[in-house]
Write a protein that binds this ligand. Structure first.
Ligand code: XMP
Ligand code: MG
Length: 181
């Protein structure tokens, strides 16, 4: 039903599973003897995060943050507002920010700035997708699932008007979905 609105599937369920296995292995190898705190950025990262953590063979903890842009004036400042903050203290922790997609880099840049003031032991970023062609603020992601072209993608946690988050694949919508025809 959902996939009838998709013009082109970019990543199948199998593609996504392979990416998660690769990232999970990398994180497992890099954090041996550690107990990282994974911070999922709501809402887009939840589907990715729930699959990714099952590919990590370590004791991990999870927490969530929800952020939103401040509106027009912040298009230049890139300032974001915290809608939901962490329940856990990050002081002394090895944290990994889990994002669905890094686009302009503004959200991640601001999140890093906030988290850096909280005295974590280390901060790394794991993003399912990266759209480097759209970058405005230079941000570094330590773990990247896939690089995507400059197109609006939905599925696997990512939405258009809050829809399609529960689609198992990632794809590009048919233009008529946007035009409302
Ligand atoms: P910035 O620009 O701050 O944005 O790096 C990151 C957030 O923008 C959203 N985003 C998308 N959401 N399909 C989506 O459903 C996309 O193609 C897309 N590109 C950016 C997303 O919420 C991400 O966390
Ligand atoms: Mg998001």
């Amino acid at each position: 039903m959902l996939e009838k609105d998709i013009e082109r599937v970019l990543y199948s369920r199998e593609d996504i599973q392979k990416v998660n296995q690769r990232l999970g292995k990398q994180i497992t190898a890099d954090y041996q003897g550690k107990n990282p705190l994974l911070i999922g950025i709501l809402k887009g990262a939840i589907v990715f995060m729930t699959d990714l953590i099952r590919e990590i063979d370590l004791h991990v903890e999870i927490d969530f943050m929800d952020v939103s842009s401040y509106g027009a004036e912040t298009i230049s400042s890139g300032e974001v507002k915290i809608i939901k903050d962490l329940d856990t203290s990050v002081k002394g922790r090895d944290i990994i920010i889990i994002e669905d997609i890094v686009d302009t880099g503004r959200t991640l840049n601001y999140l890093m700035a906030i988290l850096k003031t909280r005295q974590a032991n280390s901060i790394k970023v794991c993003t399912l997708m990266d759209k480097p062609s759209r970058r405005i603020v230079p941000v570094h992601s330590d773990y990247v699932g896939m690089e995507v072209p400059n197109e609006f993608v939905v599925g696997y946690g990512l939405d258009y008007a809050e829809r399609y988050r529960n689609m198992g694949t990632i794809g590009v919508l048919k233009p008529e979905i946007y035009s409302g025809k």
